[in-house]
Design a protein around this ligand. Structure first.
Ligand code: GDP
Ligand code: MG
Length: 438
């Protein structure tokens, strides 16, 4: 999607007024891109109309091209469509209860454990409750994850009734001194009246603070209809969109929000328990528009970093003093997080780099190459990349065993990234502040 949209507006050069013609042209591409991203066609239609209406007759701002102006409007409307503000969990109950619902395989069990880990980092004491009694493996799965996280888990068995489990678990959670419970419920392959009744029963028995509908982002359009049904029956409070690390096109997030009115609160970015991110509509919109999600990247890096260190890094971004040595340090650190692939995609420029090399499946190899290149530079060069003239580039290429073109494109990408970071950190409305990571 992002590529399509940035392409769509490349042709939008020049200044002037936004008129039917140039808006029409740009919006045709936007419409196609959104449909391709699996956004519900009704949603696309409304969205395109809204943007057109807003754009029409607007004076193009001085420092923007016509294309940029339209992108700005598309970006703002996209952010609104995705929910506007980031919505966190609202936990009031004592203990608070979070009920996971959704189809089989959507990622309920995994997400329950991920959210438990997220909450523990926020100083909560989570209690896990397996209430999917139809498959012994389901109870086992959550129990194993609980063990892995060293968290208490309710000793469910397949003979028990899910409503009884949840009711009794409240008592057990309190006894264990826990303040938040995660209720992992059963799913089916398709919507099923019996299941819905069971879920409604659990809801009635323990009035959850949050009922999170878990949707597999890869299922696209289907997820929307399913979400609508679950919402009708259970009045869900939010959405967890899983498997966004795959080649999911993000269209589901757009559609679910506008069809149900319920916000995406979390995104699953991988199978590991740490692969969970808060969902920020503005960043998601930027990502869709191809700006690269620098802020998510920074947050991710921050979670494996000391606090003071993160602040220093932010300061460097802000002052555009982020140099190649910092870059290398961060890359090494990111390796520890494991999912280099998702991180590379988040860095403006580097996503392109991975495509250029036709090596998307092996991002670690690329990372090693970049590390090798930087390691062949002198400290002076790392601190002041401007110094790196053609002859130095040749030396670096030789020293690191890569082609000159690799060095060039690496430096170009770094330059682009620094500019982008500077822009995002220094720029508009509240983005300059470092978000607090739990
Ligand atoms: P449930 O049936 O809804 O409880 O789904 P599970 O939690 O058992 O997940 C189904 C499968 O999806 C498992 O293999 C998970 O590892 C995988 N999964 C869940 N969330 C994610 C995610 O965000 N990314 C990826 N790649 N896989 C996920
Ligand atoms: Mg499950």
């Amino acid at each position: 999607l992002s590529d399509r949209l940035s392409e769509a507006f490349k042709n939008f050069k020049g200044q002037g007024r936004l008129d039917e013609k140039n808006i029409q042209d740009g919006m045709r591409e936007v419409r196609l891109a959104l449909l391709e991203a699996d956004v519900n066609f009704k949603v696309v239609k409304e969205f395109v109309e809204k943007v057109k209406e807003r754009a029409l007759g607007q004076e193009v701002q001085k420092n923007l091209s016509v294309g940029q102006q339209v992108i700005k409007i598309v970006n703002e409307e996209l952010t609104l469509l995705l929910g506007g503000e980031q919505e966190g969990l609202v936990l009031k109950g004592k203990p608070a209860k979070i009920m996971m619902v959704g189809l089989q395989g959507a990622g309920k069990t995994t997400s329950a454990a991920k959210i438990a880990l997220y909450l523990r980092r926020k100083k909560y004491k989570p209690y896990l409750v397996p209430a999917d009694v139809y498959r012994p493996a389901a109870i086992e799965q959550l129990t194993v994850l609980a063990k892995q996280l060293d968290m208490p888990v309710y000793p469910s068995t397949t003979e028990m009734n899910p409503v009884d489990i949840c009711r009794d678990a409240i008592v057990k959670a309190e006894e264990a001194g826990c303040d938040v419970m995660l209720l992992d419920t059963a799913g089916r392959l398709h919507i099923d009246e019996l299941l819905m009744e069971e879920l409604a029963g659990i809801k009635a028995a323990c009035s959850p603070d949050e009922i999170l509908f878990v949707a597999d982002a890869m299922t696209g359009q289907d997820a929307v209809n399913v979400a609508a049904t679950f919402d009708e029956k259970l009045d869900v409070t939010g959405v967890v969109l899983t498997k966004m690390d795959g080649d999911a096109r993000g269209g589901a997030a757009l559609s679910i929000k506008s069809v149900t009115g319920k916000c995406v609160k979390f995104v699953g970015m991988g199978e590991k328990l740490s692969d969970l991110e808060l969902f920020y509509p503005d960043r998601a919109a930027s990502r869709i528009l191809g700006m690269g999600d620098v802020l998510s990247l920074i947050e991710k890096a921050q979670s494996v970093m000391e606090e003071g260190e993160a602040e220093k890094l932010t300061e460097k971004f802000r002052k555009a003093k982020f140099d190649l040595e910092d870059f290398r340090t961060q890359m090494r650190r990111m390796k520890k997080i494991g999912s280099m692939g998702s991180i590379l995609k988040l860095i403006p420029g580097l996503g392109g780099l991975s495509k250029q090399l036709g090596d998307i499946d092996m991002p670690d190899k690329e990372l090693n190459r970049i590390e090798a290149i930087i390691s062949s530079m002198t400290m002076e060069e790392r601190k002041t990349p401007k110094l790196i003239n053609p002859s130095r580039r040749k030396r670096i290429a030789k020293g690191s065993g890569v082609e000159l073109a690799d060095v060039n494109s690496m430096l170009k990408n770094f330059d682009q990234m620094s500019k982008m970071m500077k822009k995002m950190m220094g720029g508009k409305g509240g983005m300059g502040k470092m978000p607090q990571m739990p």
